[in-house]
Design a protein around this ligand. Structure first.
Ligand SMILES: Cc1cc2nc3c(=O)[nH]c(=O)nc-3n(C[C@H](O)[C@H](O)[C@H](O)COP(=O)(O)O)c2cc1C
Length: 190
């Protein structure tokens, strides 16, 4: 049965529980979210990413990416980002304000790559060309998608510190909104 939270403490705990579940459940609406960044040249940018890990104690999220991607360059220049998540099942939207750090070296990265390297999704980080590179019009002249060696990975880890959570519930009995940040928790006009 559907639970409608009447107080902010249990609601905050529930949304972090849902985020943790979303990282492990492909069917969860929040498994794929939209990460918005700022590009110094073009301004706003956004793309879909998969939520890989959630640490509710530290208020941290982890996303995997290609170290050569535009988002990496953008986050190195401006670490501020926004992750937008929508679950039709819950009727909940989250807007998470983040500070991100992208790492392509170190134990955090190698330990995750060790788990990933034998899976089919490892191919995403082994392509010989960087994401977004222009390809020749003639398909016959396009480089093979097949990777060469798992040692030449471009895998990178985006670690995100959550600064604030803006929660919006769409509901037939009335929409509700709340904010959770360093100033505490409060209800907002939706
Ligand atoms: C459902 C879905 C999930 C995706 N997950 C990721 C992801 O976890 N990490 C990632 O770097 N790109 C992911 N992508 C691809 C990005 O949306 C984007 O096209 C790519 O990363 C290049 O983005 P950039 O040029 O802004 O860096 C996903 C795309 C879709 C449609």
């Amino acid at each position: 049965m559907e639970t409608r939270f009447e107080s902010l403490g249990p609601l905050e705990a529930a949304l972090w529980r849902e985020l943790m579940m979303a990282a492990h459940d492909r069917e969860h609406g929040w498994h794929s979210c939209v990460l918005a960044t700022h590009d110094a040249h073009d301004g706003p940018d956004a793309r879909t990413v998969v939520l890989r890990e959630v640490d509710p104690e530290r208020r941290q999220l982890f996303i995997y990416t290609d170290a050569r991607s535009a988002k990496h360059r953008q986050l190195d220049a401006d670490a501020r980002a926004m992750l937008v998540c929508w679950s039709p099942q819950l009727g909940w939207q989250l807007r998470l304000r983040l500070i991100c750090e992208v790492r392509s070296e170190g134990l955090d990265v190698t330990s995750r790559w060790a788990q990933l390297r034998s899976r089919p999704s490892a191919r995403d980080y082994l392509a010989p060309l960087a994401p977004g590179v222009a390809l020749p019009d003639d398909p016959a002249r396009q480089p093979q998608a097949a990777p060469t060696s798992v040692e030449r990975t471009h895998f990178a880890l985006i670690g995100a510190q959550v600064l604030s959570v803006d929660w919006l519930e769409l509901h037939r009995d009335g929409h509700r909104r709340a904010r959770f940040d360093a100033h505490g928790a409060r209800w907002l006009q939706p």
